[in-house]
Design a protein around this ligand. Sequence first.
Ligand SMILES: [Zn+2]
Length: 183
Amino acid sequence: MVPIGGVDKARELLVKTLAYGDCKKAVQQLFSKIAEDTGFPASHTDALDLFDAMRSQTGGGGILVDLIPSQLNDHLPEAGRIKQQPQGGGGLSSFFYVSDQRQRWSAVWLQGAYSDSPKYAFDRLPFLYALNLIHELAHNAPSDASALGRVYEHEEMDAAARELGSSSFDQYIREHCIPREYW
Ligand SMILES: [Zn+2]
């Protein structure tokens, strides 16, 4: 397994990714499109602003990296623990309430490659982490101004990406934020 190296490193990775090509603007457009289509405003359309806002929550949750699915509950306060063992994929996002305050969390699962994998398998991990991080942030982009707590769902994320000319949310992020050789 090859960890990101903590939340500071995850932020650095996000900054670097958003600086690639038109990534920053493209992500803003995609988050805005999801908000527009769902009719449910986003708290932030800038992925880095959202990352920082989630990270500065005081009731737990926030950005969780370098963990495997079975470790998730160890990183969530009692109120936020999930009952079902999360499945694979790139990560998971949800929210919970502490003293009526909504606390969001986005987890990005630890990834790796086998020791006999081609070098490419290791070289692409940072890009995979960047993709998974932006994906998980998108789930938690809905505004908390409303009493109704919600995430953006996969169908909503994918539909917005298709309207912007791609085939899915993840593919849109690859097209704008990740060099072709690491897709
Ligand atoms: Zn997802």
